[in-house]
Design a protein around this ligand. Structure first.
Ligand code: ZN
Ligand code: FE
Length: 255
């Protein structure tokens, strides 16, 4: 039986998501932005929380952990490199480690930049990836702790996942990301098409995620910093991809 997911908004613009293995009954919350919202999703689905898979230490991803763990006795899995900043951790993981949620299995991919220990969880067989605040739909996270070069490498690791991988990210920022990205690639037809699609989704009150890696590769300028046309469109022909990425990220910070 395929993995099931339940996506919900919480806090201001955070996404919570549950991942459920129907075979074993195991259920993971990816991050724990807000205990009440996670519990409401559990109630609505009838699923029982067995695991929390943490992507990074920021409060809007970890504030719900203690309350949920006390209530459900679930296991808390967190990145080794920042485990001391995350409460109630049971298992620390690094690049290449595997994490199971029932019979579902994830590879841990280290994706530093937003924070230095940030990780993503790639469920290869289920074709799902939970990328926290590294990759957003038509955007990427702010480079808070790491360097732009580090973030660029992390994004290319995610870009290398199979095109049909569905991406769940930590925030609903898509509309604002598109508005900005149109200034970087005004002639990108895939981006224009996504803009129309997202307008429709928002008008209908629907989430704009998950998105596939294949679609992001066509329309997300932060994944396209090594394309000559992207460098050219911001006047950086011939520059290194990490420099082009850094410039796009800097422009977004000021947008
Ligand atoms: Zn964050
Ligand atoms: Fe966040």
């Amino acid at each position: 039986m395929p993995a099931e997911t339940r996506l919900f908004l919480c806090l201001k613009d955070n996404y919570g998501v549950l991942l459920h293995d129907p075979e074993s009954g195991a259920t993971a919350s990816i991050d724990a932005p807000e205990a009440a919202a996670v519990e409401a999703a559990l109630k609505a689905t009838g699923w029982k929380l067995t695991d929390i898979l943490v992507t990074h230490h920021h409060a809007d991803h970890t504030d719900g952990i203690i309350e949920l763990k006390e209530k459900y006795k679930c296991r808390v899995v967190a990145p080794a490199a920042e485990a001391e900043k995350i409460p109630a951790v049971d298992l620390t993981v690094r690049e290449g480690d595997k994490v199971s949620v029932g019979k579902l299995s994830a590879n841990v991919i280290e994706t530093p930049g937003h924070t230095n220990g940030h990780i993503s969880y790639w469920f290869n067989a289920a074709k799902l990836a939970f990328v926290g605040d590294t990759l957003f739909s038509i955007g990427c996270g702010r480079v808070i702790e790491g360097t732009p070069g580090m973030m660029w490498r992390s994004l290319t690791k995610l870009r290398d996942l199979p095109d049909d991988t569905r991406i769940y990210c930590g925030h609903e920022y898509t509309a604002a990301n598109i508005k900005f990205s149109r200034t970087i690639e005004p002639n990108n037809a895939a981006l224009a098409a996504r803009e129309a699609q997202v307008k429709e989704q928002i008008a209908q009150g629907k989430p704009t995620i998950p998105v596939t890696i294949g679609d992001e590769k066509l329309a997300n300028p932060f994944l396209r910093a090594d394309l000559p046309e992207v460098a050219a469109s911001i006047g950086m022909t011939g520059k290194q991809p990490a420099q082009v990425f850094a410039e796009i990220r800097a422009r977004k910070n000021k947008f």
